[in-house]
Write a protein that binds this ligand. Structure first.
Ligand code: SAM
Length: 330
């Protein structure tokens, strides 16, 4: 990134923008949805696709090369496939990917591929149909699994399955999830639960990566895999003889802030330089007041300047961040 202007005070090059296109979701995951009454952004509060595309275009000029579309559930937003196609065609992006809960994957996989998306992350916290319903509030495990199979048969690669590891909820399935990597080329990624927003999770002990590793160690030798340029924070491994990979996202136990290359654009048009900090810069207001691309660029530079050195949430000393994952995008 020789011409990047998005370099923060700690010399991190921020070339990765995660864009939440909606705070709406068709699932109500227990670790994501607030315990109190759900407040939704109104249609007017959410960035239009045109606004998002303009912001992304400015971000690319500043040095962003990688964009992930997330939510809420991105596939619930109207006309999302046209938006994805427009996004993927913006010159300067080397990587456009999607994070989804997979419920609408089966029926729309062709449209996703035609839009130019080749990499998908799918959230799947359990392999049990009953538990899926308990975690998400919806009986949709079969639909999601069929979507995953269809994505695989259509050549999406890698397909990453995101599992938020939760004590007392899916901790009895860690081995089963990891075992999938022997029969499928999937990247199975165990994510530490992060205390964001007012979810329905209590303040009990967290299931952290060292414990997860211990619990799946009976499956074989976990060999480290060399990280590649476009890799995120996951520490990559592979069981000897497995087709797929295992990844760990130790957001709390061993945070990766020193390597963080991310900025986040929320559904309501706020630019957040750190997922676990409430600092944000408003882009939508200035945009709707008629500001120039140059002024949007200045907002990016200000947010980058304020990116904290680290998130300060060490292991068990957890505080809650006020923003909600649905609007920030995970
Ligand atoms: N609806 C999409 C999905 O389910 O993948 C995209 C949005 S979701 C907010 C993005 C990712 O954030 C998912 O992988 C989800 O499991 C993860 N996530 C949500 N709340 C979390 C939390 N409190 N801690 C860790 N990961 C979380």
């Amino acid at each position: 990134m020789p011409n990047s202007k998005l370099i923060d005070q700690y010399n991190r090059h921020l070339n990765y923008l995660r864009v939440s296109i909606t705070d709406s979701c068709n699932l109500q995951c227990m670790y994501c949805v607030p315990q109190d009454l759900l407040t939704r952004l109104s249609h007017e509060e959410i960035l239009t696709y045109e606004e998002i595309l303009r912001i992304v275009t400015v971000a690319i000029r500043l040095g962003v090369t990688k964009v992930r579309v997330t939510g809420g559930e991105p596939l619930v937003r109207k006309d999302v496939y046209d938006f994805l196609a427009e996004l993927a065609q913006i010159p300067g992006l080397s990587d456009v990917s999607l994070t989804t809960n997979g419920v609408f994957l089966k029926d729309n996989i062709e449209k996703i591929r035609s839009a130019g998306i080749s990499r998908i992350n799918i959230s799947l916290d359990t392999l049990s149909r009953e538990k899926f319903q308990k975690i998400t509030g919806r009986d949709a495990f079969d639909q999601v699994w069929q979507g995953i199979e269809m994505a695989q048969s259509m050549g999406f690669a890698p397909i990453k399955l995101n599992i938020v590891a939760l004590n007392g909820v899916n901790d009895d399935e860690l081995e089963d999830m990891a075992r999938l990597s022997f029969s499928f080329p999937f990247h199975i990624r165990f994510i530490e639960y992060m205390p964001i927003g007012q979810s329905r999770m209590g303040n009990g002990p967290l299931l952290l990566v060292p414990e997860i590793k211990k619990r799946i160690s009976g499956l074989g030798n976990l060999l480290p895999v060399q990280n590649s340029k476009n890799d995120g924070p996951a520490k990559r491994y592979q069981f000897e003889g497995a087709e797929g990979e295992i990844g760990f996202i130790p957001a709390l136990s061993q945070h990766f802030c020193d390597k963080c290359n991310r900025l986040r654009l929320t559904a309501s048009g706020q630019l957040r330089p750190c997922l676990l900090s409430d600092y944000q810069e408003d882009v939508k207001g200035p945009l709707r007041s008629g500001c120039s691309d140059q002024e949007v660029a200045q907002i990016f530079l200000k947010a980058v300047h304020h990116k904290p050195s680290d998130h300060n949430l060490a292991g068990h000393n957890v505080i809650r961040v006020c923003g909600e994952m649905r609007a920030i995008g995970g």
